[in-house]
Design a protein around this ligand. Structure first.
Ligand SMILES: Nc1ncnc2c1ncn2[C@@H]1O[C@H](COP(=O)(O)OP(=O)(O)O)[C@@H](O)[C@H]1O
Ligand SMILES: [Mg+2]
Length: 359
């Protein structure tokens, strides 16, 4: 079995008696990009700072390539951990040239060839003698990447490194950065609160909440098999229908749903993303016939339809309880408010969770 590049076990960290990182476990394999994804304040940056060695955990261990880097007794200093850092506010040194910035973490005499090859790699060679204030935000970001890569770190820790860039530039720099990191074979732990960024960058996502990892997996799996309603709702807007379980089934206006292993009498939330609702036309007051795949159709009346560019967003008020469901459909579909339509829920696209509220 391959040894993880980075392995953190059972890390705990409190501030002022409040547990911020709560028995957290995490591994990053060589050459992989792992995204630590979670809402603001859940402890992502604290975790990264502990790994970098600028913050000390209360308990737990950190290993790099199987070697103990830090427990509560032994502690390799930050510069000895072979870790590269890229933070949003990790500014370049303003009084140093681009070349001097990139060479900053390098020892030895003739660093010029390495500096030139890194700047070539990030497309910044022609700015080698410029100063940071002469560069745009995106260009500074490229230089910061070159600087972080210069000492050939085994692991790159990145804390929301792209959040200072505007949208178009962000996508471009994100993709370039990813390509360079993959080429260099660096293991990456990237912190972000944006699901879109995590899905775009990650080989594996570690979903964090209240100081703990609640789910790990490839973006596809995390998106399509969330552990709970909160995890599902973190990635997109979500529709929720309520039910109660009897005999491993729950009856709803959309027909029955399987709830295997859920005890009788349990309230459940049936969650479905807006792009997975199926819409059909009204046929003289009737909808489509029930099917095994889509269940029973329930009638809703269009409240609002909005054109979103690549898709249209339609809000329905449901006849059965007056609740509002939202559907997105590709391209242009803009039914008038008041139009009755029939909605079905694809059984292979919905998630059934025991009800526990949104915490
Ligand atoms: N040095 C510190 N002293 C006290 N509280 C801190 C310190 N660092 C972080 N915290 C608290 O820990 C919580 C998590 O912070 P952080 O790790 O920055 O979250 P995230 O990066 O996920 O937004 C926040 O409530 C923050 O105020
Ligand atoms: Mg943070």
């Amino acid at each position: 079995m391959q040894i993880p590049r980075l392995e953190i076990r059972d890390i705990v960290k409190s501030f002022d008696g409040r547990v911020i990182v709560d028995h957290l476990n995490l591994t990053v394999m060589p050459g992989q990009v792992t995204c630590l994804l979670g809402p603001s304040g859940c402890g992502k940056s604290t975790t990264l700072r502990i790994i970098a060695g600028v913050e000390m955990q209360d308990s737990g261990t950190i290993h790099v390539d199987g070697q103990l880097v830090c427990d509560t007794v032994h502690r390799v200093p930050p510069e000895g951990r072979s870790i590269g850092l890229m933070f949003q506010d990790f500014a370049l040194f303003p009084h140093l040239t681009v070349a001097q910035n990139v060479a900053f973490g390098l020892h030895g005499k003739d660093n010029r060839p390495r500096v030139e090859s890194l700047l070539t790699r990030v497309g910044m060679l022609r700015y080698i003698d410029s100063y940071p204030h002469q560069l745009s935000g995106g260009e500074q970001q490229r230089v910061a990447l070159a600087r972080a890569l210069a000492p050939k770190p085994k692991i790159m820790l990145m804390d929301e490194p792209f959040s200072g860039l505007d949208d178009r530039l962000r996508d471009e720099i994100r993709d370039e950065t990813l390509e360079i990191l993959k080429d260099e074979g660096t293991a990456v732990l990237l912190v972000t609160h944006e699901p879109g960024e995590a899905m775009r960058m990650a080989d594996e996502i570690a979903l964090m909440r209240d100081g703990q990892i609640v789910q790990r997996g490839a973006p596809y799996n995390i998106y399509n098999a969330p552990v709970d309603l909160q995890a599902a709702a973190f990635f997109s807007d979500i529709n929720v229908i309520h039910g109660n379980v009897q005999g491993a089934l729950t009856d709803t206006p959309f027909g029955q749903f399987l709830a295997p292993g859920v005890p009788d009498g349990t309230d459940v939330d049936i969650a479905i993303r807006p792009q997975h609702l199926k819409i059909d036309f009204d046929r003289g007051g009737r909808g489509p016939s029930p099917t095994a795949q889509d269940g029973t159709a329930a009638r809703g009346v269009v409240q609002r339809a909005r054109f979103m560019g690549a898709s249209s967003l339609i809000e329905f008020r449901m006849d059965f309880d007056g609740s509002v469901l939202r559907a997105t459909v590709p391209s242009v579909f803009l039914p008038k408010p008041g139009t009755p339509l029939w909605i079905m829920i694809r059984r292979d696209r919905c998630f059934v969770f025991p009800h526990k509220g949104m915490g």
